[in-house]
Design a protein around this ligand. Structure first.
Ligand code: GLU
Length: 283
């Protein structure tokens, strides 16, 4: 009798132990599975998912370029062509143009800031180039500019040939195609590179150079700020602007290109263009 009870108990105990182990086994299996699933989800989370989760698009823009991205010292607001494009993109992705955070970039800092995750995209007068395509992915072209020169009203500089001389100093910003192009096209000139265009323009006004060089659209913005300067009537490069995202952010890039197509088709793009640049040239 005792034996039977004991056997039964052992039997029960064994079954209990086994099922407990089985349960533990099951549990730990499920936990591991869940963990793997979470990991998979995390790995699969795209920048577009993250933007939607946080409910805010973070865009790198210029703060020192009249007409494209300029911080209004009175209101603290950043305004311009690129800003309106950025706000429209926030509306496209999140349904509200105010669901956006603007961060200041310069030509030199914009790619590092994108690639270290500080911003989701760059909308900052950025030319699409083969060299930059190695570091970022670009949207379709959203603005077309060309490099030119900003000079004093009474200057006798009227084109690139006039600055390709010993003793002529040309000012520009670090990390720009403007700096690369001017060195290639006017190798005899002295080129001074500044942290941003505001500093370069201050230096030009202070007489530290004979000309400031960058895209004509940006120079027009400066000439508007100070009528003592004029933009030379010649461009010597093509500067197609693109919105940049991190390499491989194809979901975000698709939405951006869809957005650009939409605003070009529904007249929104022309409105933004006319607001900041003026009447659009007929293509
Ligand atoms: N579009 C040129 C560039 O991407 C000049 C303007 C700028 O520096 O942002 O370099």
């Amino acid at each position: 009798m005792f034996k039977t009870v004991w056997k039964k108990m052992i039997g029960f105990g064994l079954v209990a132990m086994l099922s407990a182990t089985a349960l533990v086994g099951c549990n730990s299996e499920t936990t591991t599975e869940n963990k793997t699933d979470n990991k998979k989800e995390q790995a699969a989370e795209t920048t577009l998912d993250k933007i939607k989760e946080r409910g805010k698009l973070v865009v790198g823009v210029k703060y020192d370029l009249n007409l494209f991205g300029l911080k209004n010292p009175e209101t603290g607001e950043v305004e311009g062509f690129d800003i309106d494009i950025a706000k429209g993109l926030a509306k496209k992705i999140l349904g509200d143009e105010n669901k956006i955070e603007l961060k200041e970039v310069t030509s030199k800092t914009r790619i590092p800031m994108l690639n270290n995750g500080e911003i989701d995209a760059i909308i900052a007068t950025m030319t699409i180039t083969e060299e930059r395509k190695k570091e970022v992915d670009f949207s379709d072209v959203y603005f077309m500019a060309g490099q030119s020169l900003l000079v004093k009203k009474d200057s006798n500089i009227n084109g690139i040939a006039d600055v390709n001389k010993e003793g002529v100093t040309v000012l520009t910003a670090k990390g720009s195609t403007s700096a690369q192009n001017i060195r290639a096209k006017a190798p005899k000139a002295t080129v001074l590179e500044f942290e941003n265009y505001a500093e370069a323009f201050t230096a030009l006004k202070a007489g530290q150079g004979d000309a400031l060089t960058t895209d004509n659209a940006l120079l027009f913005g400066m000439a508007k700020q100070d009528p003592n300067f004029r933009v030379v009537d010649e461009t010597f490069s093509e500067e197609p602007y693109g919105i940049a995202v991190r390499k491989g952010d194809k979901e975000l890039l698709e939405v951006i290109n869809e957005y650009l197509k939409e605003i070009k088709a529904n007249g929104e793009y022309d409105k933004i263009y006319e607001k900041w640049i003026g009447e659009k040239p007929k293509q």
